[in-house]
Design a binder for this molecule. Structure first.
Ligand code: UN1
Length: 493
């Protein structure tokens, strides 16, 4: 049986507990590997290694650090197919999406490598004569990364690459469900020649590893993507220690379809946004807000396309919808479907665990559509993280915006309209971190900030240059070359 180990101070090693947890293929329940279960002690060793390595890494010029990232980018590119296969087998997303996700990591590596020559600060005129003022970005120290199973390599790339190019060291806890692609990613860093101790991998399930990272005084910031429940717990602990956190959490994303929209285009966007990745994206479309006048047409068209969504093992190129991550996800989704029915929503299609030949041993849930949903229902408010979409009808753009904004999350929203005035009004009023016009709620590109408002996050962003704000601090520097005491705010007034 393949064993996935920790990577600490440049060495692959078993965790101190001696325990291993099985890694399952969600499409058929097959055991793919076992992953080492870490404890507090393993976290401590990783932090010590990271602290030591960061001492010299911060002194390496950023363009030179970036050269390492170019090597990472080319290795990711070379190994794209292999990485996609590994990712699909442990996470379940269909292979085309697996390739797409690896591409996101490749893009991020090239992009952040470029940023090594663009870690700009500012030169600012001083208030005083013969005095020079500037601000520079400096690394924070050791970054603790806690990443989810749904985008196991893309999200790890959004966090580790900016952390490293900015001069930090990394302690990374990947999700227990997806340690295989994490191992592959770390091997790439190793092959690219990243000095030992700069990236450390600490595997393990449960809260012990995560809590040990948050509590460890040697970890200077935590960047987390995952559930609101865990994010809030991290923030509480870290807040008490005055430790910076960057949190990326849930969504309840909606596509609005106005009267004047291209309905066929909107149908494409909804099918892809709601059922791609089996609805397991933070950006997944889980609500459709449609103008009453086009509701029936849209609903009929959606329903007529459902049979195209072939379910199965994502490694089969013809499959469109893969499994969900595990048994408990399957049960949670099913529970929400029952809640929806009890609340009075009408189940149009799906609503059950797939039982067709061959699917029974995997975690497959049928693509599910509810109509007659109102915005006060739980299925319209809470994140389901599965292939379930709720159709809500409205009578105006204003009402659509109100419904869109009525949830506690604020990650992504989309509007389909042919009217430029409606489009601009929506771009202004939809209160999410991502807004799409005539495109679905998923598919963010890595060179723009990624993140959300309200309950989705805590004001930080992954990706884009915004991610450098997470992994650096500003240092303001004043150089007085007057040769005399100049009292600021006094001698110049
Ligand atoms: C996520 O689900 O956490 O925008 C990330 C998208 C992808 C990333 C999703 N590029 O859908």
């Amino acid at each position: 049986m393949k064993k996935i180990l920790n990577f600490i101070n440049g060495e692959w090693c078993e965790a101190s507990t001696g325990k291993f947890i099985p890694v399952l293929n969600p499409a058929n329940g097959q055991v793919l590997a076992e992953v080492t279960q870490s404890s507090k002690e393993d976290v401590d060793q990783a932090v010590q290694a990271a602290k030591q390595a960061q001492k010299s890494w911060r002194l390496v010029p950023a363009p030179e650090r970036a050269e390492m990232l170019y090597k990472v980018a080319y290795l990711l590119k070379e190994r794209k197919e292999h990485l996609a296969q590994v990712l699909t087998s442990e996470m379940g997303k269909v292979i085309a999406e697996g390739r797409g996700e690896v591409q996101e990591a490749i893009d991020m590596a090239f992009y952040m490598a470029g940023e090594g020559r663009r870690l700009f600060g500012e030169t600012v005129p001083s208030e005083l004569r013969n005095k020079f003022a500037m601000s520079v970005r400096v690394p924070i120290g050791v970054a603790g990364l806690i990443t989810p199973w749904n985008f196991p390599i893309a999200i790890a790339s959004w966090k580790s690459l900016p952390a490293l190019v900015a001069g930090n060291a990394v302690v990374w806890k990947p999700a227990t469900e997806t340690p295989m692609v994490a191992e592959e990613f770390v091997k790439i860093y190793q092959e690219a020649g990243l000095p030992k101790g700069l990236i450390n991998l600490v595997n393990g399930s449960g809260s012990e590893v995560g809590n040990a990272m948050v509590d460890h005084p040697g970890i200077d910031l935590i960047s987390f993507t995952g559930s609101n429940e865990v994010g809030a717990a991290i923030n509480g602990r870290a807040g008490a220690l005055l430790k910076k956190t960057s949190l990326e959490m849930g969504g309840k994303n909606a596509i609005t379809v106005l009267e004047d929209a291209d309905i066929d285009l909107a149908v494409e966007g909804i099918l892809w946004g709601a059922f791609g990745t089996s609805g397991q994206r933070c950006t997944a479309t889980s609500r459709v807000i449609v103008h009453e006048a086009v509701k029936d047409t849209l609903t009929e068209k959606l329903l007529s396309r459902i049979d195209e969504l072939k379910m199965g093992n994502g490694l089969d190129e013809s499959v469109k919808v893969g499994p969900v991550i595990n048994r408990s996800a399957l049960e949670r989704i099913d529970e929400y479907v029952k809640i929806g029915q009890e609340e009075g929503a009408k189940l149009l299609t799906g609503g059950k665990i797939a039982a067709e030949e061959g699917l029974g041993s995997g975690n497959f849930y049928l693509p599910t559509i509810f109509t007659d949903v109102t915005s006060d229902m739980r299925i319209a408010k809470e994140e389901i993280f599965g292939p379930v979409v709720s159709i809500i009808s409205v009578n105006s753009l204003e009402e659509a915006v109100e419904v869109n904004n009525s949830v506690e999350f604020g990650l992504s929203s989309a509007i389909y309209t042919a009217d430029i005035n409606n489009a601009f009004q929506a771009m202004r009023d939809l209160d999410t971190g991502l807004v799409y016009v005539n495109a679905g709620t998923t598919g963010a590109e890595i060179h723009l900030p990624f993140g959300g408002t309200k309950g989705t996050g805590n004001g930080h962003r992954d990706s884009g240059t915004a991610s450098l704000d997470v992994f650096t601090e500003w240092k303001s520097i004043y150089v007085d070359y007057s040769g005399k005491l100049q009292r600021a705010q006094i001698d110049n007034y």
